[in-house]
Design a protein around this ligand. Structure first.
Ligand SMILES: NC(=O)c1ccc[n+]([C@@H]2O[C@H](COP(=O)([O-])OP(=O)(O)OC[C@H]3O[C@@H](n4cnc5c(N)ncnc54)[C@H](O)[C@@H]3O)[C@@H](O)[C@H]2O)c1
Length: 276
């Protein structure tokens, strides 16, 4: 075993130092963990987008405390801006990007994490709920990616990461969620398609597909059906649900220069679920 004399022990290309990062759905769950991973990797300019001001303010407080207490960072060195934004509205997304560009001048890494899931049998799925789900999970991701690319192209490039799901590749059981699964398959193919469209302009687009992760989104489902956790763990080769921090390495890889020749790819972080 090699003993390295100095920390941190990592490839310099993984550093997020000097990069402006933006995350949608950043107030909680995976979005919040992506923000944490960026700060841990040296990012000091971060924009958090979510539906409600209050939730974003709480997230910013949590991240500030983390940076100060866990990373011993000078709080004045970390600039975070919270923007209330409904990704389902193109106008709202455009306004949010305008605020970010006003604040930071550019954006280098954008993560589209805002998303919802609901469980109904397809036969009875209310049409307005299907529409809402696609408006957020598909159109919202498209508006976010397009606005990101417009700004990145103007400043020389960047990295866009669309949060899909293992549900893009498999049909979850036993819970019924056809529109969600279809929306995540759409996001996965959107990443490949946009990657090809924008490759020459140095805008990379990849998707990250988590398996079952313990967040408020899944907690809500498990609250209604507590036995489901054991079922999900039984179906996952690694025998557990993922912790949000299990995605930290993958998100930093895709957002940073470590992946500068990677575009149109999917990284699955699912404890082996899709391998079976
Ligand atoms: N948790 C999992 O097991 C899991 C697995 C695979 C994929 N995902 C995907 O990861 C992403 C994040 O999931 P999560 O578990 O963190 O969910 P979460 O519910 O904990 O957080 C989602 C966040 O998105 C925000 N949001 C919802 N609608 C929005 C809108 N219209 N505009 C802006 N923000 C909005 C919510 O306010 C919330 O803060 C989703 O796209 C989800 O489909 C989650």
């Amino acid at each position: 075993m090699v003993n390295y004399p100095t920390a941190p022990i990592t490839l310099p290309t993984f550093s997020m130092q000097g990069k402006v990062c933006m995350v949608t759905g950043a107030a909680r769950g995976l979005g919040l963990e992506f923000c944490r991973a960026f700060i841990q990797s040296g990012c000091t300019c971060l924009a958090l987008l979510d539906l409600r001001d209050l939730d974003i303010a709480t997230a910013i407080e949590e991240l500030s405390a983390f940076a100060t207490n866990e990373l011993a960072l000078d709080p004045s060195a970390l600039k975070m801006v919270g923007v209330a934004c409904d990704v389902a509205s193109e106008t709202s997304v455009k306004q949010a990007f305008a605020t970010i560009i006003d604040t930071f001048g550019r954006v280098d890494a954008v993560v589209a994490s805002a998303g919802i899931v609901e469980n109904y049998p397809a036969i009875d799925y209310p049409a307005d709920r299907v529409k809402l789900l696609f408006d957020i999970n598909v159109h919202g991701v498209f508006y976010t990616a397009r606005e990101a690319a417009r700004n990145m192209i103007a400043t020389g490039g960047g990295s866009i990461i669309l949060i899909s799901s293992m549900s893009a590749n498999i049909v979850n059981i036993p819970q019924l969620q056809t529109p969600y699964n279809a929306s995540k398959a759409a996001v996965k193919h959107m990443a490949s398609s946009l990657a090809v469209e924008w490759a020459k302009q140095n805008v990379r687009v990849n998707c990250l597909s988590p398996g079952y992760m313990l967040t408020k989104l899944t907690a809500e489902i498990l609250r209604k059906d507590p036995d489901l956790k054991a079922t999900w763990e039984g179906l996952t080769p690694m025998g557990r649900m993922g912790q949000p921090e299990d995605l930290a390495g993958a998100i930093v890889f895709l957002a940073s220069d470590a992946s500068k020749f990677v575009t149109g790819s999917e990284i699955r972080v699912d404890g082996g679920y899709c391998a079976v």
